[in-house]
Every structure is written in structure tokens, then in C-alpha cells.
Design a binder for this molecule. Sequence first.
Ligand SMILES: Nc1nc2c(ncn2[C@@H]2O[C@H](COP(=O)(O)OP(=O)(O)OP(=O)(O)O)[C@@H](O)[C@H]2O)c(=O)[nH]1
Ligand SMILES: [Mg+2]
Length: 460
Amino acid sequence: MADHLSFSINPFQQAKWTGAKPNETEQETQARVQQMKAALNESRRIDQQLQEGRKTLERRKKAIKILLLGQSESGKVNFQLAFAPRHFERERPVWKIIVQLNIIGTIKTILDALKEEYEPGEEYPATPTDASPKSALRVLRKMRLCLSPLFFIETNLLRILAPDSLDSRDMAVRAGHGWKELLRAKGNPFVTDSERETQPGHRRSETLISSENDPSSILVAQRDEIIALWDNPSVREILKRRRPQLQDSPGFFMDDIARIATHDYVPSDQDIIKARIRTMGVEEYRFVVEKGQDANVEYYITDVGGGRHQRASWAPFFDDVQAIMFLAPLAFNQTLEEDSRVNRLEDSVQLWKDICSNKLLANANLILFFNKKDVLTATLASGVQVKKYVPTYGDLPNDVPSVTKYFKDKFRAYHRKFSPQSRPFLCYETSAIHIRSMSVVLIGVRESLLRQHLREGDII
Ligand SMILES: Nc1nc2c(ncn2[C@@H]2O[C@H](COP(=O)(O)OP(=O)(O)OP(=O)(O)O)[C@@H](O)[C@H]2O)c(=O)[nH]1
Ligand SMILES: [Mg+2]
């Protein structure tokens, strides 16, 4: 509006106020004034940006900053979900795709196991030796045929979501590269029809991922076949021999196909918790807590990729954190996915030592979580002996309390020995798949962090 004010009616806009030169024409004056205004607007814009930058910095300074550390597959996503469940509401469409890709990955693992059984070393299927209509070989050939479109979709989705991955069983997203926004974007074909109607200005041409890449319709069409594959006794017997860990692996949804392979499927919290996608790199999330003693308090949680080759990128984020939530599953009988020669628990112990001794983190609180307690319970219940994997465990009782105590003492000793200055040792035992109890633990952690944060800021 101001640009179009008439000079003649405003005394402040007469020549002397516009700095007009004696020989300047009216047009030149106007052009010069416009230039001055543009410069002023630019300067204001820069001021505002600086102001906003300052505000962001101030806000960040007041917020509680937490670093979430732990080896790959330790459950860092689950912790974020339990920490700030509402934040994940917007992310359901994203997790729908991850769950579907997890299912595609499991189907591939099943078909691979069947191929190893019936067609070892064969490039092309041989004549069936077992012609019975329900034989696993028949199932294999039929499934391969009818699910092949799903594998095309898998390739296309991975190209968009996780360009570094060739297989959904190994998919990794690069933190900070907006992969979630990609699926949340306007025109996302994976939102339900009613959701789509509420999206303002939706046009199909704006779709980032075309509907041909939506696995839903094929999963729905092949639902009965997939269920039959999983229910086939011969298939189960082969899997028991060739892929004994399959049902316990992250991202396993074969028992839920009837519920998931539907057009209006929306992932539940439990589905998000069970889903699996590896993180690469480091990403910071801002959460504002809505309920509890710390309502309206801002938290910045930095999530990292926990794989061995990812750890070199962590250090720049050690700068100003108040607390580190360190996740260490007591997986004493498992090895790392990225290096099958390394025991997972040993890797966690080594990582713990490194974090405890890091000088940049000397002032941060270290909170240790022995996550996946349910897995430990199941492992011990199945008769696996700790001393077979950890010889120093000796003849101590092979039960959950004794095992947990043994490792707690070990982690505590390293904490004391390697911390550059003394700090309290905090340890919790958790099963992050049990979201309710996990949330209760984290509310307690949040409140104690807040108390400490306020004390340090001399606010109380
Ligand atoms: N049984 C069981 N599974 C869990 C528990 N916590 C996490 N998981 C599973 O373990 C997997 C962990 O995945 P994420 O949270 O993505 O692992 P991450 O620590 O972020 O791993 P990276 O991104 O590779 O660093 C998920 O599939 C979870 O369902 C738990 O307490 N019990
Ligand atoms: Mg992760």
C-alpha cells in the first residue's frame, strides 16, 4: 500500500523529503524512491532473520538437549516415540510404507529360504519333482510369480526413500535428508481418501510418489496368498531350519497380514515400534511436551545412526547436551549385523567406555538403558547359558535379575573409572516395545532432567 501513496497529498513526500536533485524528473525521483524502499525492505528482512536466528538460539539455549546413543538396532526410534508420542501422529503415513517394505523384505527372505531348499544353485527353476498342489515348491513358484510386481514397487520406493539401499531388508534412510517430508508432502497417495479430501489444493499431478508405487493394492490383492505362504507347514519347517531367527527379527509382521493388507490400514503405535529402518547420519528433532510437570518445555533430541561406520559423525553433536540416553540391549548371544564377528554386548560395553571417557561429554548426565529386557527374558527362558558367551559370568544364576545385576555392575565400574569427573550413575531396565511402561520411565527421566536443568539455570 505504502508504495502507492500519492506524493501530492503527503507533505513528507515532497521533493525535499525524497532527497530529489535539482534536475531530476518526476519519474527519476519515483524510481530512486522505489530503490530506497527496496533497500530498506531488504535491510528489514535481514534484521528480522537475525532476530529470528537470535530467538532460535535463545530458545535452543533454554531447551533441554538430549543425545540418543546406542549401537544399531538398540531401539532409538522407540525411545523417541515413547518420549514424544504426539510428535509421531503426523508420521503415520510414513510408517505405513516402512511397515509395507518390512513385509516385502520378509517375503523375500521366505522365498530365498525356499529357493535354497528346492533350487539350490539354480538360475532357472527346474521341473518340479514334487507335484503335489500344496507342496512348498509349488507355493514358491506361484508366489514368485504373483508377487513380482511387489518387488518392482520395492525397487521404486527405495530409489525415492532410501537411495543408498538396494533391498528393503537393508534399507537405511539418511537423517536430515527430508525422507519423512517426502511422504508427508502434498499429494501423498498413501494418505486415506478422506484425509486426501481435507488436503487443501491437492492435485494428482503434484504427487511425489505415484500411485503405481503404492504397494497397498498388490498387498491387498495377494493377501490370502501371503497368509497361505506363512501358514504352509512345509514352509514353516524349512524356515525353522534355514532362518530360525526370522520371527524374532525387527520388522516382522507376517502374523499381522490380515490386518495390515487392507486399503485403509493406518499403522498403530505398536506397528511403528515394531517397524525397522536403519538411520544413517545424525538428525535433531524438536519436541514440545504437552502434558506433565514439564508441559511446554522444549526438548531437542539428537538421533544418530548407531552402525559402527556411523559413529565418526557423532562428535560435532556432543557440544552442548545435558543428557545422553545410552541404549544397551543385553544381547549377550547376538552379533552385530554390520560385523558378525563382533558380539553386540561387547560392542555396547566398548561404546559405553568411549562415551564415558569423552571429554566433550564430561558435563553431560549419562543415563543407561538396558533395553530389550523382553528379549533377555526370552533368551534365558529358552535355556541359553550366559557363560557360554561371557566366560567371566561363570556359574552365577542364569536368570534375569542376576544377569542384569552382573552387567549393571560392569557398566557402573566403567562409568566410575572412565568419567573425566564424577557424576551419578543412572540405569533403567526397559522393553521399548511396551510403550506404556516405557513412557512412564521416560516421564520420570524427563522430570529429573528438568529439575536439574532448572537448578543449573538458577531458575529455582
Ligand atoms: N523385542 C524388542 N524389540 C525392540 C525393543 N526395542 C526396540 N526393539 C526393536 O528393535 C528394532 C530397533 O530399531 P530402531 O529403533 O530403528 O533402531 P536404532 O537404534 O534406531 O538403530 P539405527 O538406526 O540402525 O542406529 C525395532 O524393530 C524395534 O521394534 C525392545 O525393548 N524389545
Ligand atoms: Mg535409528
